[in-house]
Design a protein. Structure first.
Length: 202
């Protein structure tokens, strides 16, 4: 049986130094781990902010809402007034609202005028060379048709407005009012229309 080894002051110092080194290493490792965790936590936080900004409800949507608000106030609202309807607006979700009423809840006549409002205003922003408005006979009221023509003239872009008539009775004579020209299309033939000429012929 080997004789027991008695601890000496030197041995105690070595063990104490070894323990101190191990403790220092453990503290250093813990600090490095904490530092890495802090960096990762910041990166995750920064990424979450970026994700939120780029999300559908984030910065892009806020910017879009501001642009649509400016478009509405500068173009849609004045044109809506000429067309005789409540202010037309576009939400950031691209929903169309007329006053406080969603587009789908509007009457057929109101829906037509809202579409005309959007078409005319978008054409102005794009700098389009011409606007074509078809099926204007949806506006059965002479007042609404007159407002449509006023909006077209005020828009300042050449336009073709098409509407179906059973006969030439009540056909607007745009030349007489200085708003443009009226053509009667029948049997694949387009002829200039003049109320005065029609009355003279009658």
């Amino acid at each position: 049986m080997p004789a027991p080894v008695e601890a000496s002051p030197e041995t105690d110092k070595v063990e104490a130094a070894r323990a101190a080194v191990n403790e220092a290493r453990a503290r250093l490792a813990a600090k490095e781990t904490h530092t890495r965790a802090h960096v990762l936590n910041k990166q995750i936080g920064d990424n979450l902010v970026i994700i939120e900004m780029l999300s559908e409800s984030g910065l892009r949507k806020e910017k879009l809402a501001l642009l649509l608000e400016s478009f509405a106030s500068s173009f849609l609202h004045p044109t809506s007034e000429v067309l005789g309807i409540p202010p037309v607006t576009l939400t950031a979700d691209m929903a169309v609202i007329c006053g406080t009423t969603p587009y789908r809840m509007l009457s057929r006549s109101e829906q037509y005028r809202v579409r005309a409002c959007l078409q005319l205003c978008i054409a102005r922003v794009e700098g389009a060379g011409i606007v074509v408005l078809d099926d204007a006979e949806v506006l059965v009221s002479g007042k609404h048709r007159g407002q449509l023509l006023q909006a077209v003239v005020a828009n300042g872009i050449p336009a073709v407005v098409c509407m179906a008539y059973k006969n030439q009775e009540g056909l607007p004579d745009l030349a007489a009012t200085g708003q443009g020209l009226t053509y009667w299309v029948e049997n694949n033939t387009a002829q200039p229309y003049s109320a005065a000429a029609t009355q003279s012929a009658a």
